[in-house]
Design a protein. Structure first.
Length: 304
């Protein structure tokens, strides 16, 4: 008889979250990278089959951990959107003291470390939206297309959001690696990839991506202010842009994605809500890990 504590594909090891998230990150990098036919395709397919089970078990655990935040989740579509919008400022990780500190006190070395973690965990909002929109109803699909077009600079290479972040990373000589990244940052990217690439979590993806648009402006504004204080010039545009543009993105996402889905497909409400809360919980874990590294126990005690 199998020992119940033995790790299996459906019970991924919890004792070493860093190794677990690194494994997921390497798998996501391999499976999402464009390739050409090669002799090892069957080996890759075998890994995919195992990792899909492992990833699924992990997401199901995250769903269970999110339930306390959903105790007051309304079933009425209009009240659901109000509930969703109330996550701004009140959900997991909101108003974290790390961000005013980045704006006002962090030195360049500390800011570089923070940004290196963020860049390493970045899953690519444009690609996530593109994968999540497959087979969605028409009205949400159109808004996802508009959002994607903005992410792509409306057809202007210089306005693409992903390369903007890359320019900042190049300017600050950031060298992100999977091994050099705190595991909650890897987990943040991994959960978004899991949502957007797995159709049973497609509505979780829309909730998670929508809450990014809802909550990012406050954090992005503080990072942009810190970069300006430290003398970073045009390269800070990525954060300055998201401090303002995402306000409008959030409004239209709530109006054109969440509202029609909740009205026409009320069975998706819980998935949308779970995705939002799980994304916020993953962000909160990142902020805790960042403060642990950047502040240390003495400063953490003073801020408590």
């Amino acid at each position: 008889m199998r020992n119940v504590d033995t790790p299996t594909p459906l019970r991924p090891e919890r004792a070493n979250p860093s190794a677990f998230q690194q494994r997921l990150s390497r798998w996501n990098h391999r499976r999402l990278q464009p390739a050409v036919p090669h002799a090892d395709w069957a080996t890759d397919a075998q890994e995919d089959a195992e990792m899909i089970l492992i990833e699924g078990a992990w997401v199901e655990r995250l769903r269970a951990e999110a339930q306390p935040w959903l105790a007051d989740l309304p079933e009425d579509p209009a009240r659901f959107v109000d509930w969703f919008e109330a996550l701004q400022g009140a959900g997991p990780g909101e108003n974290d003291p790390l961000f005013p500190w980045l704006a006002e006190e962090a030195d360049l070395g500390q800011m570089r470390w923070f940004l290196q973690q963020e860049v390493a965990g970045e899953a690519g909002f444009d690609d996530l939206v593109a994968m999540a929109q497959v087979k969605m109803p028409d009205r949400p699909k159109l808004e996802l297309a508009r959002n994607y077009w903005d992410e792509m600079g409306r057809g202007n290479m210089g306005g693409m959001h992903g390369p903007m972040l890359g320019k900042l990373a190049d300017h600050l000589r950031l060298t992100p690696t999977i091994e050099g990244t705190v595991w909650p940052s890897l987990a943040l990217g991994n959960v978004l990839v899991a949502f957007s690439t797995t159709r049973r979590y497609a509505y979780h993806a829309l909730g998670a991506l929508g809450v990014v648009e809802l909550t990012a402006p406050w954090r992005a504004g503080h990072v942009a202010a810190g970069l300006k204080r430290l003398g970073v010039g045009p390269e800070r545009k990525y954060y300055a842009l998201h401090a303002t543009l995402d306000v409008e993105h959030s409004r239209t996402w709530n109006d054109e994605v969440l509202t029609p889905l909740a009205q026409d497909h009320p069975e998706t409400i819980r998935s949308l809500a779970e995705g939002a809360v799980i994304r916020m919980m993953a962000g909160a874990a990142c902020f805790d890990a960042y403060r642990d590294h950047l502040w240390g126990p003495q400063m953490e005690a003073r801020s408590a």
